[in-house]
Design a protein around this ligand. Structure first.
Ligand code: ADP
Length: 538
């Protein structure tokens, strides 16, 4: 067989040649809707590759982005990686100090940013001496009249100055292509460096029927940002299949998303649970329905069963639950049923679908106890989840310490899970969030999932707090749904019959809002701080 290295630019060459007139639609930070095709994406990416060379970006150099999901960000994905440099997507919602740390650690030589982030970048730039070029991803008309930013360039000027004569280089498929940092809620963020090979293999897997199940007939809108683990691979998957791509830019509020879903005929989407909860509330209020959306992949945090049910029954959209992390590119497991399970009752099938699911070929997993001994797949035993595979991290980028792999080559995810006899994995907690009560473990995720099933609950968090007798007990923290009342006793009674009695939260607190991480997950460290020294009462 021919020894053709797997390269990210190959995806673009394919889409340009075979899906030339398929559209890419973006909502831009400047407020416009922009439309073009894969042919335009190919041409402009080559112009951009020439511009990068003119900026002095060489093989292996890191190029940072602080940007929404737009066609320009997509061009950067292809021009940077395709030319042999490393596309480093930075989460703009991180604290400025973390962004400065990440840019320094990655040694980004250039940083491309959207108009939205101009004020942020003006603040950061002085602390990022290694950045030789700051590029505002807009046209001349949107450039600031005056700025303290050194070496500021205009994206559209850079592109316009170049011709599209550029041959994507061919190199070893193990060449680094992109870089993403973990959000570092407990420690400094850590970099995960993907390769062309890992990215392509991940894309093939993502397209499978038991995974995203997409084809050229789909219209995909990734709500998950391109700075959150490469939008879960969608920017690579779409050109591979030739799908129309709809990029929502900064418009991540429910009304803007709904408008794009309907206007562009979106059939498939993906994002964290918070986004879908927001959309559900909006659509209920306005009594709206989707006319084309058929399926969405939900992951990044546990998807509450109530959300599955509402999407299925009220909106006629199937949710596929997926699990993964920055270190796994991110797809690890996806929940789809096997034929043996189709004869189960609809309630049993539903219970199964709320698990995090089965591994995709390419990823293997196991659960182990504290001594590293494998635990049975009985759906009851839970332990540390370990994974391995060609798109799982081997060691962190530029880490001083050796990798986090076990001696026999497995990556410890930091998640605690069960695996049932049919191979369905269920996350019970992150190991840091597990509640250890009287020597037994309580799953905070399960308690949260049940709580959000109550009609008066908008959001719920459960944290373990020190307890004199049981070492730790669960505290339930609730955000009520607007216009709804519910008491602590009613909420505790709601758990009756659904869990072992000793799992019932020790107390309930009501708050106006809960803190979230930069990727929209509950920020439990912060919640634990808020309730530090909590008095349990009687
Ligand atoms: P961070 O949350 O640190 O930014 P990631 O985005 O890589 O990093 O998050 C990975 C973690 O998110 C996983 O280890 C797991 O704890 C959690 N996670 C991801 N998907 C799910 C899911 N479907 N259910 C429960 N937890 C999930």
């Amino acid at each position: 067989m021919m020894n053709e290295p797997l390269r990210i630019a190959g995806l673009l060459e394919h889409a340009e040649k075979w899906h030339a007139d398929t559209e890419i639609v973006s909502r831009l930070p400047e407020g416009l809707i922009h439309r073009y095709t894969y042919v335009d994406l190919g041409r402009r990416s080559r112009q951009l590759a020439n511009a990068l060379a003119r900026l002095g970006i060489a093989n292996g150099d890191r190029v940072g982005t602080l940007a929404w999901n737009t066609h320009r960000h997509l061009e950067l994905y292809y021009a940077v990686s395709g030319s042999g440099a490393v596309c480093h997507t930075i989460n703009p919602r991180l604290f400025p100090e973390q962004i400065v740390y990440i840019i320094g650690h990655a040694q980004d030589r250039a940083v491309f940013f959207d108009l939205t982030f101009l004020p942020l970048v003006e603040k950061l730039a002085a602390h990022c001496p290694g950045v030789e070029a700051w590029v505002l991803m807009s046209d001349r008309a949107h450039m600031p009249e005056s700025t303290a930013l050194p070496n500021l360039h205009c994206y559209e000027d850079l592109v316009a100055a170049e011709n599209a004569d550029y041959q994507w280089p061919v190199f070893d498929e193990n060449t680094a292509s992109s870089l993403c940092y973990t959000s570092g809620t407990t420690a400094e963020p850590k970099g995960v460096l993907y390769s062309h090979r890992s990215t392509l293999l991940h894309s093939f897997a993502a397209a499978l029927p038991d995974c995203f199940n997409c084809s050229s007939q789909d219209v995909i809108l990734p709500v998950v940002p391109m700075f959150h683990v490469n939008a879960w691979g969608i920017p690579y998957l779409a050109p591979m299949l030739g799908c129309k791509l709809v990029l929502p830019g900064p418009g991540l509020d429910a009304a803007s998303l709904y408008e794009l879903f309907e206007q562009e005929g979106v059939t498939f989407s993906a994002g964290v649970p918070t986004i879908w909860l927001g959309l559900l509330t909006f659509m209920r209020e306005k009594q709206l329905q989707f006319s084309t959306l058929r399926q969405t992949v939900v992951g990044g945090a546990a998807c509450p069963p109530a959300l599955f049910r509402a999407f299925d029954k009220e909106l006629n959209v199937q949710i596929r639950h997926a699990w993964g992390m920055t270190e796994t590119s991110p797809l690890g497991t996806v929940c789809t049923l096997k034929p043996q399970q189709l004869s189960l009752s609809s309630e049993e099938q539903f219970a199964l679908k709320t698990k995090q699911g089965r591994v995709i070929f390419g990823v293997d997993m196991k659960i182990v106890d504290g001594e590293g001994r494998a635990l049975p797949h009985d759906g009851v035993a839970f332990g540390d989840l370990l994974v391995r595979g060609p798109w799982v991290v081997a060691e962190y980028f530029g880490a001083d310490a050796p990798g986090d792999l076990t001696a026999d080559g497995w990556f410890g995810t930091g998640d605690v899970a069960t695996i049932d006899p049919a191979g369905f994995m269920q996350i019970t907690d992150r190991s840091k969030d597990v509640i250890k009560s009287g020597g037994e473990w309580i799953s905070s995720i399960e308690l949260e999932n049940l709580a959000v099933g109550h009609p008066a609950v908008a959001e719920a968090a459960v944290i373990g707090l020190p307890h004199p007798k049981w070492s730790e007990r669960p505290l339930l923290v609730i955000v009520r749904r607007a216009g709804h009342e519910v008491s602590a006793d009613e909420l505790l009674a709601f758990y009756e019959g659904k869990i072992a009695k000793w799992w019932t939260p020790e107390a309930v607190e009501f708050v106006d809002e809960l803190p979230h991480t930069a990727t929209g997950k509950l920020l439990k460290t912060k919640i634990r701080q808020t309730f530090a020294g909590y008095a349990w009462g009687d």
